[in-house]
Ligand binder design. Structure first.
Ligand code: ADP
Ligand code: MG
Ligand code: MG
Length: 208
């Protein structure tokens, strides 16, 4: 056990699609409070398009994540499409050079992806965005990466959920929610909620 296969990663993306579909109305409700009420429908539409392109399944992580990233960029729109697209487009090349997909290699790929999101969106922890879930998740992953990828994913999902919940009191400094200023406080960030679903889907997939 321990090694992560390309099939595991394909299963992760399918599980993320299923989780977003199950939480679509909730994500859109969150976005209705501090945005334009489309985050659930944006992500569900994009991930349905992604899954439609996974048959036949991609043979390598690089091929998988290129398909996922390019499809999200071209079908999601809004702020989250290019940001999630960048996350996946940066993950593929990072894994292409991995000798084996263990917890360390997968963590490094996730870090490359999140660094791409930061480079593109310029958000820092505390700005009330998906970064508030993703950055603590990465740190928790790295702290647990001497164990199995399943253990690292469990730690990362827990940290993501804590980061998501910690967005509630924050004033948004990036994206549409920032237009509300102080009125954005008291609401959970929809992108932090979908990013937590991404890590929870990985946890659930690797738990087998
Ligand atoms: P839009 O705001 O264009 O309608 P979505 O509703 O799909 O796009 O996505 C909104 C989410 O995108 C926010 O909840 C936030 O987490 C994330 N987001 C917005 N701007 C940024 C940014 N600059 N960096 C990181 N994440 C961002
Ligand atoms: Mg929106
Ligand atoms: Mg929008």
């Amino acid at each position: 056990s321990g090694a992560v296969s390309t099939d595991d990663l394909v299963a992760w993306i399918r599980a993320f699609r299923d989780a977003v579909a199950a939480h679509k109305d909730e994500l859109t409700r969150l976005d209705s409070e501090i945005g334009d009420a489309d985050h659930g429908s944006n992500m569900a539409r994009g991930l349905d398009a992604v899954v439609a392109r996974l048959d036949p399944a991609p043979a390598t992580p690089a091929e998988l994540f290129k398909t996922v990233g390019m499809t999200l960029v071209s079908t999601v729109g809004g702020a989250s499409g290019p940001l999630y697209g960048t996350l996946f487009l940066r993950m593929g090349p990072a894994l292409a050079s991995a000798e084996q997909m263990d917890a360390t290699a997968l963590g490094a790929a996730l870090r490359a992806g999140v660094e791409g999101v930061v480079a593109r969106g310029k958000a820092e922890v505390g700005d009330k965005t998906m970064i508030d879930a993703l950055t603590p998740a990465l740190d928790a992953w790295d702290a647990a990466a001497s164990g199995s990828a399943a253990d690292a994913a469990r730690a990362a999902a827990e940290a993501a959920a804590r980061g998501r919940d910690a967005t509630v009191p924050l004033v948004a400094r990036k994206g549409r929610a920032s237009y509300l200023g102080e009125r954005s406080a008291g609401h959970l960030d929809p992108g932090a909620a979908s990013a937590t679903l991404l890590l929870e889907a990985l946890r659930d997939t690797l738990a087998g």
